[in-house]
Design a protein around this ligand. Structure first.
Ligand code: NAD
Length: 443
């Protein structure tokens, strides 16, 4: 099939490259001409494991190309994906500015075409947006144009995007058109052979399913972090032990039940707030969801304060391992590291960061922090070390080496990855999230 991706960010590029890899002819469109130029040269602007090879392979074999010209891309395609960003407005509501513009551009370009076209909404949007997109396109297209709309929200996660796309847990297709449904079924067939993962509903069902998933996961994270704070008030409690005791219950399970510095990224914060904002516009205030984002933000603040309070020395110096919002990505959008590190800097703490993918972090922190080239360089003469992102290479630190390199003995494991006893044995004072281990506690 011939496809176009309007919007070539994390989602558009990954989706485009993986459909191209299955033999489709894909054109990725973006308004950012620098980005398009860079992609045409075979350089990708994001770090996503396995993606670069797939992009390069499909650029070389001619299945994947990039352009700023939406016109020819739309006219030549059977299926046109809307994969532009839907960022948050300052008040928490979704900004649909890019989506509306792209829908308008697509509508205009559909005029004069005679073959059946499917326009697919992939961006995450507030409930009810399909109606808006349909209306915008219908206002632009002449009656003769044969087209239908599908809402097909993206379910991949950054860091595991290639794997998620190739083996999706579900493929959500929201459409009122049987003809469009069949086109989508054919397109996704290579990813649906072993087991039927396609789930059909209306466009409204599809939009809500995406929002519900993200809200449910964000709520679990916020809830487990609230519980970790409760554990912090109970002498002798270790949230890691409590978590395992609870997660063995098959009704609960282990996924998204890990204490952390709070969720971040380009999805959960904006999607939860946008969902709530739209519900409020429609006259309903969801009490629980309304507070999930607030709880998450307060948690980051709480951890930042906890670290600061233990840095009582004059002009403290700390090393930070990991700053991206999660491992295996370079994405810094809404990363918990931003408020935590900014808070430390504002209190006069000197910060040295090591992250294996620090390119976007450098743009954010600039010269307010020092960047180290490897993990032990980041702890040289520091009073404390903070683990913020659980990249694999931080899993088994050499605690003796850390003690030799560091001046102080404070370890803040904000991902609960390390064995407190192993750290304390060599003289560290270990602080996890909801884990009451300090120097001398050998339990
Ligand atoms: N990143 C994720 O993990 C993820 C996962 C699932 C869903 N989503 C959703 O998918 C959508 C895209 O997310 P992303 O992370 O890929 O965003 P992104 O910001 O990385 O990319 C969006 C791209 O769209 C381009 N763009 C904007 N207006 C355009 C227009 N009129 N025509 C052509 N290009 C245009 C921008 O230049 C940018 O390159 C969002 O709604 C997001 O919520 C993201």
């Amino acid at each position: 099939m011939k496809l176009s991706m309007v919007g070539t960010g994390y989602v558009g590029l990954t989706t485009g490259a993986l459909f191209a890899d299955r033999g489709n002819q894909v054109t990725c469109v973006d308004t950012n001409s620098d980005l398009v130029k860079q992609l045409c040269e075979g350089n990708i602007h994001i770090f996503e494991p396995g993606l670069e090879n797939i992009v390069q392979r499909n650029v070389s074999n001619g299945n994947l190309n990039f352009t700023t010209d939406i016109g020819s891309a739309v006219r030549d395609s059977n299926v046109i994906f809307l994969a532009v960003g839907t960022p948050s407005n300052g008040d928490g509501s979704f900004s649909l500015e890019y989506l509306k513009q792209a829908a308008k551009d697509i509508g205009k370009e559909l005029n004069g075409t005679t073959d059946f076209k499917v326009v697919v909404g992939k961006s995450t949007v507030p409930q009810g947006t399909s109606e808006t997109v349909l209306k915008i396109i219908n206002e632009e297209v002449e009656d003769a144009v044969n087209w239908a709309y599908v809402s097909n929200p993206e379910t991949l996660a950054e860091g595991t995007a290639v794997k998620d796309f190739e083996k999706p847990s579900r493929i959500i297709i929201g459409t009122d058109s049987d003809e469009a449904f069949l086109v989508m079924k054919e397109l996704y067939h290579p990813f649906n052979i072993q087991q039927d993962r396609i789930m059909r509903g209306s466009p409204a069902d599809a939009e809500l399913a995406k929002l519900f998933s993200n809200a449910a996961l964000a709520t679990r994270i916020a809830m487990v972090n609230e519980f970790a704070r409760i554990a912090d008030t109970v002498p002798g409690a270790d949230m890691d032990t409590v978590r395992k005791m609870v997660c063995e219950d098959p009704r609960i399970g282990y996924q998204f039940m890990f204490p952390s510095p709070g969720y971040g990224g380009s999805c959960f914060p904006k999607d939860v707030q946008g969902l709530v904002a739209r519900a409020k516009q429609e006259g309903y205030e969801p009490l629980l969801l309304n507070n999930v984002h607030r709880s998450n933000e307060l948690h980051k603040h709480y951890l930042g304060e906890k670290v600061s309070q233990l840095l009582t020395m004059d002009r403290p110096k700390v090393g930070v391992w990991g700053v991206t919002f999660k491992p295996n990505t370079d994405d810094m959008r809404e990363a918990a590291s931003i408020p935590i590190i900014t808070g430390l800097i504002n209190r006069g703490v000197e910060v040295i960061v090591y992250d294996p993918q620090d390119n976007k972090a450098r743009d954010i922190f600039g010269d307010r922090v020092e960047f180290a080239k490897e993990k032990y360089e980041a702890v040289e003469d520091t009073d404390a070390l903070i683990l913020l992102t659980e990249w694999k290479e931080f899993d088994s630190p050499d605690f003796n080496k850390l003690r030799e390199k560091m001046n102080g003995n404070q370890l803040f494991d904000l991902r609960n990855r390390w064995l407190p006893q192993a750290a304390n044995r060599v003289g560290f004072s270990y602080h996890g999230v909801g884990r009451n281990y300090s120097l001398g506690n050998s339990r």
